[in-house]
Design a binder for this molecule. Structure first.
Ligand code: HEM
Length: 307
């Protein structure tokens, strides 16, 4: 291939890498804002996060953004790999002879390696959360309350005899809590009022009526994944939670390095190099590459430490 053809194809790749990279930065901001709700536990926090996750999965505009995100990850990874191969071919002598540390940062020289680690992170991360959310019959958002119900009267004193019964309520997408399961804690006997026919619909066992859709309990899945036991709603604590938390923190460190070079470099590749803005873009890029990964890393650490 002639030098000018090589240069043109390398510029085209850089251009697409910059566009997809900046789009992925926007995705990171959106994803982080949604995930910050994970700092809230209790019924309110759980409900807010599960309703948000449901919205993200069902809103048609968000669906288009999601497909753009998947495509951007794939394009960004392929173009990055091709660019790294091309650069290696164009520079057979290697960096060692050129004193690389004198004129480039460690992050800029290792973008392909850092990117590969992030890709491995994204694939395992999506297998653990996204795939379960889309393809598993996950337990639905539920809440259990113990109530005292009258079961008779004391013949001697005339006092009402009460017994504790656990009632499980499921949250429907109409925003109502529906009673689903009654359980007698003393005998362990259960009586189901509605049958969860599949993962989204409640069917009244007696009438066969569809009562409403339910929310998949992604909040409890995430809490259990990072070490908190949620057996009562169907999610056992992950035995390897500590390893998962450490892997997430290391991945976020790698993401920070990747962004520390990638963010400003994307603006350069797009030709936005006006001297007045260069310092601003670089400064913003540095702040972005610290704040975003740090906030992401704080989520698994917080969940693990508050168990
Ligand atoms: C460390 C904290 C993080 C947590 C707790 C978390 C949690 C989740 C959850 C629960 C989902 C499935 C629900 C949804 O689609 O919103 C998801 C999806 C996803 N996550 Fe994360 N995430 C984290 C960090 C990241 C990071 C740093 C990246 C990228 C480098 C990432 C990339 C993705 C992608 C690409 C999806 C699929 C999104 C879609 O379908 O539109 N996540 N994440």
């Amino acid at each position: 291939m002639s030098k000018s053809v090589l240069l043109k194809s390398s510029l085209a790749k850089k251009y697409w890498m910059a566009l997809t990279g900046l789009f992925l930065c926007l995705f990171l901001v959106g994803h982080l804002l949604g995930n910050l709700q994970l700092f809230m536990s209790g019924e309110e926090g759980k409900r807010a996060f599960n309703e948000y996750a449901y919205f993200m999965q069902h809103n048609p505009f968000i669906k288009i953004l999601s497909y753009l995100t998947y495509a951007s990850i794939i394009f960004h990874a392929i173009d990055g790999y091709l660019l790294a191969v091309q650069n290696k071919k164009a520079r057979p002598v290697g960096y060692a002879a050129n004193k690389p540390s004198a004129n480039s940062s460690a992050a800029s020289r290792n973008m392909a390696v850092l990117g590969t680690v992030i890709l491995v992170f994204i694939v395992t991360h999506m297998a653990n959360f996204w795939a379960k959310m889309h393809f598993d019959k996950m337990p639905l958002h539920s809440m259990t309350k113990t109530v005292e119900v009258p079961v008779g009267q004391d013949p001697m004193t005339g006092e009402v005899i009460k017994k504790p019964i656990e009632i499980t309520y499921y949250l429907t997408t109409k925003g109502e809590y529906k009673e689903q399961v009654y359980k007698d804690p003393s005998s362990g006997q259960k009586q189901e009022v509605f049958d969860v026919k599949d993962e989204t619909f409640f069917i009244d066992k007696n009438s066969g009526l569809k009562l409403g859709e339910g929310y998949k309990d992604l909040h409890s899945l995430t809490y259990a994944f990072f070490g908190q036991d949620r057996s009562e709603v169907g999610y056992k604590a992950n035995e390897y939670a500590l390893i998962a938390v450490i892997a997430y923190v290391i991945s976020m460190l790698v993401l920070a390095f990747h962004l520390s070079h990638g963010f400003a470099s994307a603006f350069q590749s797009l030709g936005l190099r006006h001297p007045a803005y260069t310092r601003l873009i670089k400064g913003f890029g540095q702040a972005f590459s610290i704040v975003i990964p740090l906030a992401f890393a704080a989520i698994p650490v917080y969940i693990y430490l508050t168990k």
